[in-house]
Design a protein around this ligand. Structure first.
Ligand SMILES: Nc1ncnc2c1ncn2[C@@H]1O[C@H](COP(=O)(O)OP(=O)(O)OP(=O)(O)O)[C@@H](O)[C@H]1O
Ligand SMILES: [Mg+2]
Length: 272
């Protein structure tokens, strides 16, 4: 099972859009996929068409009570299983403040979960609080969506520091799988410049080893596409909303690239 947290402390860079559409693309490619929504905004849950007001356990109960992940998973129309969030999750940060081992709750619940998945994707909020730390403690891989504008690299070193701290203290398996450029405008000179900067940054991370040693800049960029921005309000992935648009094509290709990357990971690493 591959576990991937989609993180970036910067808001609105494409985390949720990537989590949802990559998850659905992987499911359409025959993979068994789970999506865990760890953002109180619950955008991933809404994007997947879930009723977040329904009286059923969510990731809030998962993190703050003895509810198991098995009790939280539900089916979606998109062929992925979902552990939904709602606004209650906003209280988790405060409620967990005094709890010993609060960073490892998701890890423990994921480890004891009986469901079989090929991929579990965790959508994180735009902050580096206890929710994101829970995600980073529970997964092996970090996927970083980045919007190529000036200052895009600015927050990266802080982010990599946090990932490094979690790796050394809580999860020595953790590594940066890669960066995916979102809302890419191929006509803009800036986009090309920023991608070159990101590629250089990743090359440096690879040289340094540790968390960045197998990091990559995914070849497939996600172009700016209005259909991707419209789909969430219909509670549909891009593949149901408009399967022929550029956005669908980009996420389909990103999923192919992800599948190829993981197919080439040696088995002993996957088992670890
Ligand atoms: N490639 C794209 N083209 C056009 N619009 C996009 C694209 N990707 C995302 N968007 C839109 O940009 C906005 C921000 O995207 P998204 O919600 O995925 O970011 P986020 O990083 O999850 O935000 P937050 O930090 O608030 O969780 C959304 O309205 C989304 O529909
Ligand atoms: Mg989001």
């Amino acid at each position: 099972m591959h576990t991937i947290a989609i993180i970036n402390q910067k808001g609105g860079v494409g985390k949720t859009t990537t989590t949802v559409n990559l998850a659905v693309a992987l499911a359409r490619a025959g993979q068994r996929v789970g999506v865990i929504d760890l953002d109180p905004q619950s955008h991933a849950s809404l994007h997947l068409g879930a009723d977040v007001q329904r009286d059923a356990p969510t990731t809030y109960e998962l993190l703050t009570s003895d509810v198991s992940l098995g009790e939280v998973w539900r089916d979606t129309e998109e062929g992925v299983r979902l552990a939904p969030a709602n606004l209650d999750l906003a209280a988790a940060e405060v409620e967990l403040a005094g709890v010993v081992g609060r960073e490892l709750i998701l890890r423990d619940k994921l480890q004891s979960d009986a469901e079989v998945f090929d991929y579990v994707l965790v959508d994180c909020p735009p902050s580096l609080g206890v929710l994101t730390i829970n995600a980073l403690s529970a997964v092996r891989d970090v996927l970083l969506p980045l919007q190529p504008h000036f200052l895009a690299l600015h927050g990266l070193s802080k982010l990599m520091k946090t990932v490094g701290l979690v790796q050394s203290r809580l999860n020595n398996q953790l590594r940066l799988a890669g960066v995916v450029l979102c809302m890419y405008e191929s006509s803009a000179k800036l986009s090309a410049e920023i991608s070159a900067d990101v590629a250089e940054y990743i090359a440096k991370l690879r040289e340094q080893g540790t968390i960045g040693k197998s990091a990559q800049l995914f070849e497939q960029r996600i172009r700016r596409n209005i259909r991707l921005a419209e789909a969430p309000s219909f509670g549909q992935s891009i593949f149901r909303y408009d399967p022929r648009c550029n956005g669908a094509e980009d996420y389909r290709r990103l999923a192919d690239e992800v599948l190829a990357v993981y197919a080439s990971v040696p088995r002993e690493l996957i088992a670890a």
